[in-house]
Write a new protein. Sequence first.
Length: 395
Amino acid sequence: MTLPLEGIRILDLSRLLPGPFATMHLADLGAEIIKVEEPGKGDYSRHYRVKLGDVGASFATLNRNKKSVTLNLKHPRGPEILKALVKDSDALIESFRPGVMERLGVGYAELSEINPRLIYCALTGYGQSGPYRDRPGHDLNYLGFAGVVSLTGRRDGDPMPLGIQVADIGGGALCAALALLTGIIARERTGRGQLIDVSMTEGALSWLTTQFASLAAGTEPPRAGEMRLNGGQINYNVYPTRDGRFVTLGALEKKFWKNFCKMVDRPDLEDKAFSIGEERDRLEKELSEIFKQRTRDEWVDLLAGEDICFGPVYNIEETGDDPHLKERGAFADIPAPGGGNVKVPAYPIRFLDTPAITRGADVESKPAPLLGQHNEEVYASIGLNVEELHKDGVI
């Protein structure tokens, strides 16, 4: 079976989560991803404390279906070898601070001379320009700058870190994957590659489009626990149950709310869905007491067959056992470094004719590579002697 991105080669100089998550998606779709890693160390996530076998668990899952070569870009021959790899590559992604690649002599200007069709994606926290461009940062910092953290938490509580890395993954990785594919499509029309500047802060900021629209319409500035979709309404909220678990109620539309009120024998609430202020607070407490009358699973049994936007709050172990997600094939078993398999979310998009490796394609998923596992294969293909490069400390 032909995979949708078969024949596309991408050099991945990124580390940790955002860049590798982007190229994980592209690898699942059949692109040849060559991780270019520092000799002796490699991607830092190889050495994380939580491991699958001898390899960091996050590295093992994020870097499936990729190849690994080692290359010391600070060695005099390092930039020369990267340029040789670039010559036959479609794209490159890196996540160094702005200016690092230029100082090494392998910035976009230098590499585009070697390959004018190269799509070069620079993925950073704050972008290639502006007063923050050289600042270090992580997901939480970017979300703080973007305004996302200020919207997270209960009305009367402090802002909280999110449970997943929204800036790294949503603002960075997915934007970078989209950027690489868009650049490749544009190149087919123009014949030219280009430099793409992806800022994780701006990527996260783009998730606030509707909040900024509300602000422009003259509403109060959005706040945690006060908006329509973050706990400000009784019909769209998270409620505790008798067994200390939680359920979600998302009955925004009138018909869903009416059905819910009928099921809990509270017809008096039918016109109270959008209550505000003290009335909202009072009714929220009343609903909390109603939900505490049953366990989470009892509520699921009661409401599952009704026309109500409702569901349980799962922990991730329970998510992995959910019968709907199992039937949909939402998970895939991929080989782990050192043997055995690990269950991970499969590629999320379904293609009728060209499924991804972890979504129904008749192609065996490959484990994350050992550091430098593909040195011989990749470097021999461009006429280099691997033994000599090792001896000289280039790889």
